[in-house]
Design a protein around this ligand. Structure first.
Ligand code: ADP
Length: 443
């Protein structure tokens, strides 16, 4: 087993990883920016190193500073969490070159999945349906409009290197194509350093369904059922659950096999997620593969009783998966709400500041992943996620009742949060009936 790990992240996911390490007897090193001096991950880790000022470019994204911290503290491995450098193939490569194990896939797998045009092609070659579309980088505008015409409006323009729900433009008719294409290219260039974009058919109100996989370094792959993440705002997930109310056992077997095929095709190891869209006629289409631990991993942990972060650490230690596909047994239902420091009554404007009063819910079947505490100052420099509330129970109905009870108990004073918004969603009849789609919030 690994002896000492540096966690190249902050917030709730840094705590989550530190906790898994502690339970496995692994020493931990936190890194932090000047804005995070009072953050819990600096206190829970065995050691903590300040690596720079608040700006992510000078701290959590500053590869040379992180490598120096690894050297000074003598760690063996680096866990990148999600966001920041988690899907940066250069970072994975530099860790390796400097003798630090990157807890995740190889840089070539990250690269293969990270270019979504390439990932689409891999999926297609593996026999998985992809959304009709094509690459538009080098073609003339005439050719681009021909691709769009062929697939039929509405279409969606997406950044090949995109992520986080950003850099997407929906085009509903030919007239708007030229302008939106040039905007999308510019946005992609600024946000992802690459103006490569592609066009897909825009599916009307599909469901977002994804499959969690685990792969070790000995060619063993298992998949841990599916998650539904259709409750989204601006293409960003807000509520996730497992299992999906829309997926039958037959459908589950089908996407499980799809996910394993993609995992094999890119020679993947560690934890990863293969994402699909499900249309009204129950057709699945490959969307993309995420090569990291995801925010929503706890719902899968609750229904499978498998600790995905511990599995990542064991895989990185060279261990074989200790269980087989037939041992994965989905039981009960889990739902996660992402609680953000944002004001839902004011356009979801970020709401940083000091927490004046705090009560974190508990009781049977409730799990809270958070780095906040009373008097904690939520900095304005980072993502607004401050907590994940996960409810677990035998059935979906019971799980929703438990979630509602816990959301009502959750008290965060001094800043605005999305807790009231979550309550509104889960009380909606359509949500209760499992009638979900990615346009739910808009509707
Ligand atoms: P990102 O990597 O930025 O999260 P994804 O490709 O995973 O981007 O898509 C995120 C979300 O955007 C999806 O869950 C879905 O809601 C929406 N989306 C993406 N592509 C399509 C499409 N072709 N049709 C309809 N919705 C789409």
């Amino acid at each position: 087993m690994l002896r000492k790990v540096l966690i190249a992240n902050r917030g709730e996911i840094a705590l989550r990883i530190i906790r898994a390490c502690k339970e496995l007897g692994i020493e931990t090193v936190a890194i932090y920016s000047e804005a995070d001096t009072n953050s819990l991950h600096t206190k829970f880790a065995d050691e903590a190193v300040c690596i720079g000022p608040a700006s992510p470019l000078l701290s959590y994204l500053a590869i040379p500073r992180i490598i120096s911290a690894c050297e000074i503290t003598g760690v063996e491995a680096v866990h990148p969490g999600y966001g920041f450098l988690a899907e940066n193939p250069k970072f994975a490569e530099i860790c390796k070159e400097n003798g630090f194990k990157f807890i995740g896939p190889t840089s070539s797998s990250i690269l293969a999945a990270g270019d979504k045009v390439n990932a689409r092609e891999i999926a297609r070659k593996s026999g998985i349906p992809i959304i009709p579309g094509g690459t538009v980088s080098n073609e003339s505008f005439k050719e681009v409009s021909q691709i769009a015409k062929n697939i039929g409006y509405p279409v969606i323009i997406k950044a090949a290197m995109g992520g986080g729900g950003r850099g997407m433009r929906i085009v509903d008719n030919q007239k708007k194509l030229k302008k939106l294409l040039s905007i999308a290219r510019q946005e992609a260039k600024v946000a992802f350093g690459n103006d490569k974009v592609y066009i897909e058919k825009y599916l009307e109100n599909p469901r977002h369904i994804e499959v969690q996989i685990l792969a070790d370094e000995h060619n063993n792959i298992v998949w841990l059922g599916e998650r539904e993440c259709s409750i989204q705002r601006r293409h960003q997930k807000l509520i996730e659950e497992s299992p999906s109310p829309a997926v039958t056992p037959e459908m589950r077997e089908k996407i499980g096999a799809y996910a394993v095929a993609v995992t094999k095709a890119i020679n993947y190891r560690s934890a990863g997620t293969v994402e699909f869209l499900l249309d009204k006629d129950k057709n699945f289409y490959f969307l993309e593969m995420n090569t990291r631990i995801q925010v929503e991993h706890p719902v899968t942990e609750m229904v499978t009783r498998i600790d995905i972060v511990k599995e990542q650490l064991k895989i990185a230690s060279g261990e074989k998966l200790s269980f087989k596909q037939k041992d994965v047994n989905i039981k009960g239902h889990a739902i996660e709400c992402r609680i953000n420091a944002e004001d839902p009554n004011n356009g979801f404007r970020p709401s940083p500041g000091q927490i004046k009063g705090l009560y974190i819910p508990g009781g049977p079947g409730i799990r809270v992943e958070t780095h906040i505490y009373g008097e904690y100052e939520v900095p304005s420099n980072y993502d607004s996620l401050i907590a994940k509330l996960i409810a677990y129970d035998e059935t979906r109905d019971k799980c929703i009742a438990r979630l509602e009870r816990a959301l009502n108990e959750f008290l965060v004073e001094g800043i605005h949060t999305t807790i009231p918004f979550h309550l509104e969603i889960i009380k909606d009849e359509r949500f209760k009936n499992g009638e979900l789609n990615t346009g739910f919030i808009k509707q």
